[in-house]
Design a protein around this ligand. Structure first.
Ligand code: 5GP
Length: 207
């Protein structure tokens, strides 16, 4: 079989707080285990039910800053008062092994990834309406009223960033949104300009 693609794809999924990125990713994880989910580091408090190394690597601000200074993050951002970062090594290792990696990160982080990884696939998850987004943000029992207020105040600025993405998926129904993301990844894998071997071989594809 012709090895059309040697490196995996880097997929960046972001969108406003509360849009349901985590829920869509959980669905994808379950249905499409071939996709690798990057586990981020964060300085925020662990929520009930969250597991170290599965949801996040929870760490102190000091440890985060040390990792950041050593260049161990592909990107990092301060989101709602806490630090979040994507550990670089695991992402690079998986991509080199030909595995597709998804980053579920905020908009600032996504734009940083775009600078260093312009060949990534940037997908913006949109709520079906602003009212629905506000309902979802307010409905998160684990968040304090201050956090909710802060997240609500960021919504318009976050929505305006959609223009920097290549794809938009509306998260009305989780399964539909997740399957659309899967379809985007499948289509991207068929792009001729991603297939280094075709570009080099010209007409002698099977030689
Ligand atoms: P939460 O605290 O609700 O888990 O996440 C808050 C925000 O941080 C979400 O928008 C989430 O996508 C984002 N986030 C999670 N991990 C990372 C990361 O590694 N880098 C960046 N830039 N944002 C992240």
């Amino acid at each position: 079989m012709l090895p059309l693609q040697t490196r995996g794809l880097l997929v960046v999924l972001s969108g406003p707080s509360g849009v349901g990125k985590g829920t869509v990713c959980s669905y994808l994880k379950h249905k499409h285990p071939d996709l690798i989910y990057s586990v981020s580091a964060t300085t925020r408090e662990k929520r009930p039910g969250e597991v170290e190394g599965v949801n996040y690597y929870f760490m102190s601000r000091e440890d985060f800053i040390e990792m950041r200074e050593k260049g161990e993050f592909l990107e990092w951002a301060e989101v709602y008062g806490n630090f979040y970062g994507t550990p670089r090594k695991a992402v690079e290792k998986n991509l080199e092994q030909g595995k597709d990696v998804i980053l579920e990160i905020d908009i600032q982080g996504a734009m940083k990834v775009k600078e260093v990884f312009p060949e990534g696939i940037f997908i913006f998850l949109l709520p079906p309406s602003k009212e629905e987004l506000e309902k979802r943000i307010k409905g998160r029992a684990a968040d304090t009223p201050e956090t909710i207020k802060h997240r609500l105040s960021c919504v318009d600025r976050e929505l305006a960033c959609i223009i920097n993405y290549q794809y938009v998926v509306v998260n009305g129904e989780v399964d539909t949104a997740a399957e659309q993301i899967r379809a985007i990844i499948s289509a991207e894998k068929c792009r001729v300009d991603r297939m280094a071997c075709l570009n080099q071989k010209g007409g002698n594809i099977f030689d």
